[in-house]
Design a binder for this molecule. Structure first.
Ligand SMILES: NC(=O)c1ccc[n+]([C@@H]2O[C@H](COP(=O)([O-])OP(=O)(O)OC[C@H]3O[C@@H](n4cnc5c(N)ncnc54)[C@H](OP(=O)(O)O)[C@@H]3O)[C@@H](O)[C@H]2O)c1
Length: 325
């Protein structure tokens, strides 16, 4: 990853993209109810303000009925005017689900047949070829040569331009890079010159200070089953939010902006991708790009974070087993 003169630009595979980007998972039903028409307005607004690094996945919208799936709002907005040429579009595959019912099988698949089928289905739903495709989770039963060899073949056939990987161990990242990713977590990615797309940079909304209790999540909100947001751990974890809120208030910014600016300050190779369903919060998050910390503020934040022990794992047990250590 090369440095750029504009600190709010990041370079992914030689392409300059703006930071922060946008994560589209919340436009599905992951965090409570969503509305496709509102999502389209939000995506159009994102393009208007220049927020054009978008992250999605074929699995978002899991459980949505028929074709009211996540990828369609993005797809239809991208088909309008010259929108497609303005957006760097990243998508993921790997969580197996039934394309008709959208129900997940709970399995991870990285075999050649599945990779080909998933890439074709994503292109169909998005109505365009993505720029970047990542493997959402590594399939432990398939060799990286098979998964990444197939991806490389599809890349050469023009199905997408770049290949990425989500939640690999440092060892897997190194091996996958040998099969495909061009040479050139954090230390391994940096060593290999691979940019890091930092997901859930607002701690799934928790770090914004907006949630005060486990009960604040809608009944159909997936966060209800995440251990970090359980009744057991909620109050402990709120302590770091209180600290960050106090620091944000001293600086006259919101806690969400503080978190995003902090992630972005960790390096020119990191792109935070916050998600939101509202234009107001999209703008608030976008404005985090103008925030600069003094060395003293950075040190205070680092101490607060290092001294805090988070309660609860970051995924429920069933999902945690798909994340490499
Ligand atoms: N590779 C992977 O395995 C993986 C895993 C998880 C996520 N992701 C990607 O990362 C993206 C972002 O992660 P995320 O959506 O899990 O979490 P996040 O960006 O950390 O937080 C999103 C939550 O914060 C709320 N929010 C956003 N901006 C806010 C603000 N300024 N003030 C108050 N609340 C605010 C949103 O609510 P509203 O919508 O109501 O604003 C939503 O509930 C996803 O959309 C997805 O694209 C990737």
């Amino acid at each position: 990853m090369a440095n750029t003169t504009d600190l709010n630009l990041r370079v992914v595979a030689g392409v300059k993209v703006p930071s922060p980007g946008f994560g589209a998972m919340g436009l599905s039903n992951a965090y409570g109810t969503s509305n496709d028409e509102e999502s389209k307005k939000l995506l159009r607004h994102a393009i208007k303000i220049g927020l054009t690094f978008w992250d999605t996945a074929d699995a978002y919208g899991n459980g949505h009925k028929l074709s009211t799936i996540y990828q369609l709002p993005a797809g239809s907005v991208l088909a309008e005017g010259d929108n497609r040429s303005k957006v760097f579009l990243a998508t993921k595959f790997g969580h197996e689900f039934d394309p008709e019912t959208r129900q997940s099988s709970g399995k991870i698949r990285g075999d050649a047949d599945y990779v080909r089928q998933a890439v074709e289905n994503s292109i169909k739903r998005l109505g365009t070829t993505p720029d970047l495709i990542y493997q959402h989770r590594v399939d432990p039963n398939v060799s990286l040569e098979e998964t990444y060899g197939t991806l490389e073949e599809l890349r050469q056939a023009g199905k997408f331009k770049y290949i990425g990987i989500s939640e690999p161990s440092a060892e897997t990242l190194r091996k996958a890079a040998k099969v495909h990713l061009r040479p050139g977590f954090a230390p391994a990615a940096r060593e290999l010159n691979i940019p890091i797309v930092a997901y859930s940079p607002l701690g799934r909304g928790f770090l914004t200070g907006r949630y005060k209790s486990h009960e604040d999540f809608e009944p159909n909100d997936r966060r209800r089953v995440h251990p970090r947001f359980s009744q057991e751990h909620f109050n402990n974890n709120l302590k770091i939010v209180e600290k960050l809120t106090a620091l944000a208030s001293k600086k006259n910014i919101t806690p969400a902006q503080l978190s995003l600016a902090w992630v972005a300050a960790q390096g020119q190779d990191i792109i935070p991708i916050p998600g939101t369903k509202t234009i107001e919060r999209l703008e608030e998050n976008w404005a985090s790009r103008d925030i600069v910390f003094t060395p003293e503020e950075l040190a205070e934040l680092r101490t607060a974070i290092d001294q805090f022990t988070v309660g609860g794992t970051r995924y429920p047990e069933q999902m945690l087993k798909h994340v490499e250590k």
